[in-house]
Design a protein around this ligand. Structure first.
Ligand SMILES: Cc1ncc(COP(=O)(O)O)c(C=O)c1O
Length: 468
């Protein structure tokens, strides 16, 4: 059974360390007619010189203003130039109606919702006429208890991508040259979120094996840096950030710089050397997770409260979209010291997390659901190990993924590979000129991927045969 389709995001920029806006290009998503029209509309109405930035109103004469007042259909002024320049933010590929394809394009959980979660959703739907609890108080308390922190440290939002947007909006001042450092390629929402907040992107290329280059990220920090985003496991390449390396990084980052540690795929990590603030075996713990020597884990000793006490500039970002399978209900959260959490709460969309989502989250965090969920996470980890092991046997040398996806760095053949995958019944996520990301799903989907990958060993996808 293929799970619900979640949105995913992309942009076409090449990775390099520069405080810059994202480059744009056209890929799979850019061909979407409706979005393209919407983008044209944005471009068409946006002034293209600094002098014109006051928007349509600055060009209006009194007559124009009067015509508008009369409501004769005159167009409103353009949006901020940063909005006109945003790279596209599009949903992942989805099957056409009636088509049976394995949807491995958005890193979703392939399992259907738990019966206890569906019951909670149905119950909550009876109160749809009411606003939800503004701060998702019960969910925040349950998540705080899981993380071992006070509820004042926790903010729940409409997906972790919204929480990240709120963090940026609270800490990045538009037009001041505030910089946000992140690895590239990483989660495609980062450049978009930074641009929307009015920050300046500073992209630091990943190492050839798909890991973060933390020394280079440290070197990219300047007096203008407000925030550093670290994604572990990294989307789309898959490796985690190692404990020793991240501890050295945290110790060296100036205290005024927020370090946002995005752990969207935390629960799939089986490698004991990965850094996580909850210690070598982060909570909630997947049964398959490996053990590590506690003594080898200075920052993690004492769990999250001790880590935050030592590093008050650290923010942990997590989601219920992946391991918890709630992508369609949009629940994410951050854990931070109370003053940072309060700033995020202050800028958050009021009533941003629906009552249905809150009840589903609570049902997912209840003890019986936890057991079922961790059994599923264990099965997905086992499936990942099966698929990656078989790929290695086929001769592939891929980044060491600890997430629920695999990265094929196919370079210029990415678009052709995605088209061939679709023809073979699999939807994947192409990144033009770089590679494809394939989610771990049902074992049958894994088999289909392995057949395709074996074929590619014999006949690699040929770049240039379709328009990227
Ligand atoms: C690294 C990373 N962070 C955050 C998110 C967003 O998750 P959410 O569904 O909670 O907005 C994703 C989703 O793909 C992701 O890959």
């Amino acid at each position: 059974m293929i799970g619900a389709m979640a949105s995913s995001f992309r942009d076409d920029a090449k990775g390099e360390a520069r405080p810059d806006q994202a480059e744009r290009g056209s890929q799979e998503g850019a061909r979407d007619g409706a979005r393209e029209r919407a983008r044209e509309g944005v471009r068409g109405s946006a002034p293209d010189t600094a002098g014109g930035r006051a928007g349509g109103g600055a060009r209006d004469g009194a007559g124009e203003g009067a015509r508008r007042a009369a409501g004769d259909g005159a167009r409103p002024g353009g949006p901020r130039p940063a909005v006109a320049a945003l790279p596209p933010y599009v949903p992942g590929a989805r099957p056409d109606p009636g088509q049976r394809l394995w949807k491995l394009s958005s890193n979703e959980n392939p399992y259907p919702p738990l019966p206890s979660v569906l019951e909670a959703v149905a119950r909550a739907a009876e109160s749809l006429n009411r606003y939800p609890d503004m701060y998702a108080t019960d969910v925040a308390a349950a998540l705080a208890a899981h993380a071992g922190v006070d509820a004042s440290c926790l903010v729940v939002g409409n997906g972790s991508v919204a929480v990240l947007a709120h963090l940026l909006s609270a800490y990045v001042e538009a037009g001041r040259g505030d910089e946000v450092v992140f690895a590239w390629r990483s989660f495609e929402a980062y450049p978009i979120a930074v641009d929307i907040a009015g920050g300046r992107q500073v992209r630091v290329p990943l190492l050839p094996d798909g890991r973060h280059d933390l020394p280079a990220m440290l070197a990219a920090i300047t007096p203008r840096t407000r925030m550093v985003l670290v994604c572990s496991p990294n989307n789309p390449t898959g490796p985690t950030v190692a404990r020793r390396e991240f501890e050295a990084f945290l110790a060296a980052v100036p205290p005024h710089v927020l370090v946002v540690f995005d752990e969207a795929y935390l629960e799939f990590v089986a490698e004991p050397t990965a850094w996580s603030p909850a210690g070598p075996t982060p909570e909630p713990r997947a049964p398959a997770r490996g053990e590590a020597d506690e003594a080898d884990c200075d920052e993690a000793v004492g769990g999250l409260p001790a880590t935050l006490a030592r590093r008050p500039n650290l923010v942990i970002l997590r989601t219920l979209s992946k391991a918890y399978g709630l992508a369609g209900l949009r629940v994410g959260y951050c854990v931070a010291v109370p003053e940072v959490a309060a700033a995020v709460r202050a800028v958050a969309t009021p009533f941003g997390v629906t009552g249905v989502s809150q009840e589903a989250a609570l049902a997912s965090l209840a003890a019986p659901a936890q057991e079922e969920l961790w059994a599923r996470v264990s099965a997905l980890i086992a499936e990942r190990e099966r698929v990656t092991g078989a790929l290695r046997e086929q001769g592939w040398s891929l980044p060491d993924t600890q997430a629920n996806f695999v990265w094929f760095p196919l370079g210029e053949a990415a678009a052709e590979a995605a088209a061939e995958a679709r023809a073979a019944g699999i939807l994947v996520r192409p990144f033009a000129g770089e590679g494809i990301r394939v989610s771990i799903g049902e074992p049958e989907a894994g088999d289909a991927l392995l057949n395709l990958a074996a074929r590619w060993r014999r006949t690699p996808p040929r770049p240039g045969t379709i328009e990227a």
